[in-house]
Design a protein around this ligand. Structure first.
Ligand code: PLP
Length: 428
């Protein structure tokens, strides 16, 4: 029985598609959609209005805030609604920088942050702030002592993500937060990928601010959260009305705020069981891929890793062709992050963990979710080797390797924890 790629492609028309890109966005839960529809139909009022419809809307908004605060173990007045995770990251970083520039103009972050953080930092750099970008190791792990060493008298903010969106590595933010607190420096963490997947308690984690996003959590796109510790003073970025305690103008998105509260409540109610379930699927996927496909490595940390994330590099493959072929077979995956897949530059995260550009280009991110089944993994483990084999057969690098003209960087047996040193052995 030797099924070819073409046969699988013809068959795939009759199979339901399999969504493996939950780190990019998630489908809203049915119960969450019901919450949105009900509020849009029945409670369209403006929460700032002084009559019944307004009071009802304000009540729904504050109920959502209270629910979220209790999920995170913080005070309702420490929860702010924003338009997305990106806005929350911008607000925390620029708001802190502008509020504290009298004390100093130095900020610290890492090389593997989301672009919402990195580009906020770069914007500040253009305004004369100085940024230290801390390196991570080949697993994407940051040594918290590096933060201590980087803090100076004029340091005003440290921003380190809780979990990386591309390679899934979970960073030691509790330790980093303790170091910042001791030094009297504000600490922000992008918790977008962590929330709902692993326990997130901003206070216990010693953070002053954390960013979150609805659509990574089975709520709609267009709603985000910021946790800001009472007493952490930062500037506003959105000037306008007196909404969100005068700190973020704009008529509140009542329906989506309630949706986010509902989605968070549901994710947390089920988190222990669901994360363990996804971890079992993830580990079967990782082992299966490394076993079935030669010259393959896992990117990210083998254990300190989000339950739903697998990220692989396949040697001798160029470009984003893996994604196109998988798409034809019915799978939605990512090569890095959704933001980088529009450009041909290799992902900054994969470069930061030391992958040569050529290896980074042959990378694939598979992120599981609440809808992922055992059968999805089986089917993928059947199809992915067909795709890789087909692409390698078209690859001049692979043919050079087969003729002994190229040394592989990833050994044939593959690796769960490979550090690649040196440059790629391109044929001259
Ligand atoms: C998706 C994501 C963001 C951006 O959130 P949006 O709501 O899409 O703006 C920020 N940080 C991380 C780690 C993310 O995964």
């Amino acid at each position: 029985m030797n099924i070819t790629f073409e046969e699988r492609m013809r068959e795939s028309i009759n199979r339901p598609r399999i969504y493996f890109d939950h780190a990019a966005t998630t489908a809203p839960r049915a119960e969450v959609i019901d919450v949105v529809a009900k509020i849009l139909r029945e409670d369209f009022g403006n929460p700032s209005s002084f009559y019944n419809e307004g009071h009802r809307a304000a009540r729904l908004l504050e109920d959502a805030r209270t629910t979220i605060a209790s999920c995170l173990d913080v005070l309702p007045e420490e929860i702010f609604f924003t338009s997305c995770g990106t806005e929350s990251d911008n607000w925390a970083i620029k708001g802190a920088a502008y509020a504290r520039q009298g004390k100093g103009r130095h900020l610290i972050t890492t090389t593997i942050e989301h672009h919402a953080v990195l580009h906020s930092m770069e914007a500040l750099e253009r305004e004369g702030f100085e940024i230290t970008y801390l390196d991570v190791d080949h697993r994407g792990m940051l040594d918290s002592e590096k933060v201590r060493d980087a803090i100076r008298d004029d340091t005003i903010l440290v921003s380190v993500m809780m979990a990386n969106n591309e390679i899934g590595t979970i960073l030691p933010i509790k330790e980093i937060g303790a170091i910042c607190r001791e030094a009297g420096v504000l600490f922000h963490s992008d918790g977008v990928q962590a929330l709902g997947a692993i326990p997130v308690h901003p206070q216990e984690l010693n953070t002053d601010m954390m960013s979150f996003s609805g659509h990574k959590l089975y709520a709609p796109k267009g709603i985000g959260l910021m946790y800001k510790r009472k007493g952490a003073r930062i500037n506003s970025l959105i000037d306008g009305g007196a909404q969100e305690k005068r700190q973020r103008g704009g008529t509140e998105n009542v329906a989506y705020s309630a949706a986010l509260a509902k989605a968070l409540e549901m994710s947390l109610a089920d988190m222990e069981h669901e994360s363990r379930r996804q971890m079992v699927l993830r580990d079967r996927l990782i082992r299966g891929v490394i076993e079935r496909i030669p010259h393959t490595k896992l990117n990210g940390h083998a254990t300190e890793r989000l339950p739903n994330n697998a990220n692989f590099s396949f040697e001798f493959i160029e470009g984003e062709s893996i994604l196109l072929f998988l798409d034809k077979l019915g799978y939605a995956c990512s090569s890095g992050s959704a933001c980088t897949s529009a450009s041909l530059d290799p992902s900054h995260v994969l470069l930061a963990i030391g992958l040569p550009a050529e290896i980074a280009h042959g990378s694939l991110r598979v992120t599981l979710g609440i809808d992922t089944t055992d059968e999805d993994i089986d089917s993928f483990l059947f199809d992915l080797p067909l795709v890789i084999e087909r692409l390698r057969n078209m690859s001049p690098l692979y043919s050079d390797y087969r003729r002994g003209k190229l040394q592989p960087l990833i050994p044939e047996e593959g690796s769960l924890d490979l550090k690649i040193d040196g440059s790629y052995g391109w044929p001259s």
